[in-house]
Design a protein around this ligand. Structure first.
Ligand SMILES: *[C@@H]1O[C@H](CO)[C@@H](O)[C@H](O)[C@H]1NC(C)=O
Length: 190
């Protein structure tokens, strides 16, 4: 049987060990900065020249800002893009109508409005077929078409320079690029 002395020695050893480890392991200081969302960053890097606008856009929406997997992000980003573009399309119509007042300049109006409506439809379609990433990616690619350049050219040749319209065009082009990138990042299922 252990003597009282042995027990005391064990107890002292235990005490000094626990004090020692307690002093060696201070609680980590709480971090003041939120960890950056690497998923948003890696996604936006793939949108290349739209990186800054992509980060601003995805961080502005609670669902895209907190997405934690590529599928979450694709769902949230496509829903956001489709809804935003649908609303923006009404606003663009009104803005363009107020600028394209001269007869003969209606072509620009038609081209831009058609592009917006087409892109809104494609983004919505893409958002509804995420279980089939190839189709979702294909429809996102169609939204991201050359028609944006046709719209920009039509506005330029009609001499229409309205920062608000230009910002809307850039936002939609950015949404289209995001839609392509997030659907491209989904694992393919067969
Ligand atoms: C997307 O399409 C569905 C069905 O086609 C429709 O019910 C829904 O309102 C559309 N959403 C947007 C944002 O356009």
């Amino acid at each position: 049987m252990a003597s009282l002395n042995d027990l005391m020695r064990l107890f002292t050893l235990f005490l000094s060990l626990s004090l020692h480890s307690a002093s060696l392991a201070p609680a980590p200081a709480p971090s003041l900065k939120l960890p950056s969302n690497n998923l948003l960053e890696s996604t936006c890097k793939k949108t290349r020249e739209f990186y800054t606008l992509c980060m601003e856009t995805l961080e502005s929406n609670p669902e895209t800002a907190t997405a934690s997997s590529p599928l979450d992000l694709a769902e949230a980003a496509l829903k956001f893009a489709a809804e935003d573009t649908k609303i923006a399309s009404k606003k663009l119509r009104a803005l363009l109508k107020s600028k394209f007042t001269q007869p003969g300049l209606n072509k620009g109006f038609e081209i831009c409005v058609n592009w917006y409506d087409m892109a809104a439809r494609q983004l919505n379609m893409s958002s509804q077929e995420l279980e089939d990433p190839l189709s979702a990616n294909y429809d996102a690619a169609l939204a991201n078409s050359h028609e944006s350049a046709d719209c920009e050219n039509a506005l330029a040749s009609a001499g229409v320079h309205v920062p608000e319209i230009e910002a809307m065009i850039k936002r939609l082009r950015c949404f289209c690029r995001i839609a392509y990138v997030v659907t491209d990042a989904l694992p393919q299922e067969y």
